[in-house]
Design a protein around this ligand. Structure first.
Ligand code: GLA
Length: 380
């Protein structure tokens, strides 16, 4: 039944978006994605723009379930990894397309001290806390607050995280707003407020594969550029040591477009060994709080180009190292190591335990805000 519903929503949206192309606007449409095994309904909002970009956002984890973008020849393809049904997302531990929080990435030993109080979080990753604990925001069912069509199509989803959830202090009101502009730019605004001092770090965890599938699906030939002169080296459990190190002379130097596969097997590099490839936080050049280009990915085969902008101080580049060919995702594709480029704009991992990192604290009266913009284009 749920897959029939999914097909029905898709059919509805295809015809709507065809009509919309004439109208010259962007449209948001709400439907049902399916249901979890316990019967919980998961809704979907489809956003479509005149530029031919379509994105589906689902309420399970306020997550991106699909993005269709044209290749060099104008042929649309789904460029993010994921699943066809809610329960598959619920059972999976890869955070495909999800909003991750309360704290994206890791907190060492799941412990931090704020204003003299020490808090213990849920441990779920080699003695550390990863992506907000289990369950994190990626497994919560978010509420749809509003949807809008017009020059831009948007959806606002919200989640209220009760005080003490996963060990975090303060009741956190969170919104994730997805906006698709007429020109095909997809923007995410993460915002949060609290009633007690707390920490927060929200990010988007989309796995991009610009080749789309099936065929040659590896991202190793993709040209990646990251606007970062420094990164934060980690220990063998992927917790930052606290050092802010230059990328120059290391496999982490992506200041010029470089094939991802070129240095990913550099066994002489301790960081590459610890991360099983790339899984590091890059310190973005430019001023945190200002929207600036973080990274650019180009797939030479399809010509698709993704540019990621953010206001966040850092970006995690993760090369899909834990995709081990154990399961099949959308479009019948078996996901293997290196099949995706994950770029997560964020505060630095373990920031609450490193005074030299930008603070991830949030106080009552203030609003946390992280902006992520995905721009899609093609190279000639
Ligand atoms: C982040 C982490 C990785 C991994 C993925 C999810 O990118 O840094 O180590 O946990 O999320 O699988």
């Amino acid at each position: 039944m749920s897959s029939l519903r999914t097909i029905l929503i898709s059919a509805l949206c295809v015809s709507t978006f065809a009509a919309m192309a004439d109208a010259g606007a962007a449209e948001a449409r709400r439907g049902i994605f399916g249901a979890l095994a316990d019967g919980t309904r998961i809704d979907a909002v489809d956003l479509g723009s005149r530029a031919g970009i379509r994105a589906r956002i689902i309420t399970l984890g306020a997550r991106i379930q699909s993005i269709y973008a044209p290749d060099r020849a104008g042929k649309p393809g789904d460029i993010v990894l994921g699943f066809d049904s809610p329960q598959q997302y619920f059972d999976d531990g890869n955070y495909f397309g999800a909003t991750v929080g309360r704290f994206a990435n890791r907190i060492g030993k799941g412990r931090f001290t704020l204003n003299g109080h020490t808090y213990q979080l849920v441990i779920n990753d080699h003695g550390n806390s990863l992506h907000g604990g289990t369950p994190g925001f990626d497994k919560r069912v978010w509420k749809i607050d509003s949807i809008h069509s017009g020059p831009s199509a948007s959806v606002v989803m919200s989640y209220i995280s009760p005080a003490g959830e996963e060990g975090y202090p303060g009741t956190l009101h969170v919104t994730a707003t997805y906006t698709l502009k007429d020109n095909g730019e997809l923007r995410i605004d993460y915002q949060a407020t609290t009633d007690k001092p707390t920490i927060v770090n929200l990010s988007g965890h989309s796995y991009f594969n610009l080749a789309s599938g099936p065929g040659d699906f590896s991202t190793m030939h993709d040209l990646l550029q990251i606007n970062a002169s420094h990164y934060t080296p980690v220990d063998d459990t992927l917790i930052p040591t606290g050092v802010i190190a230059p990328v120059a002379g290391t496999p982490m130097d992506f200041r010029r477009p470089t094939a991802i596969g070129l240095r990913i097997r550099d066994g002489n590099d301790q960081q590459i060994r610890y991360c099983h490839g790339y899984d590091m936080n890059f310190v973005l050049d430019g001023r945190p709080g200002t929207l600036r280009l973080a990274a650019r990915v180009e797939d030479p085969r399809s010509g698709r180009v993704l540019q990621v902008y953010t206001t966040a101080p850092g970006v995690q580049f993760y090369s899909g190292n834990f995709l081990t060919g154990l399961f099949v995702g959308k479009h019948g594709i078996l996901y293997r190591q290196g099949d995706a480029v994950v770029l997560e704009p964020q505060d630095f991992p373990d920031a609450p335990n490193h005074p030299n990192f930008p603070s991830a604290a949030l106080n009552p009266g203030a609003t946390y805000h992280n902006v992520i913009v995905y721009r899609f284009s093609v190279s000639k």
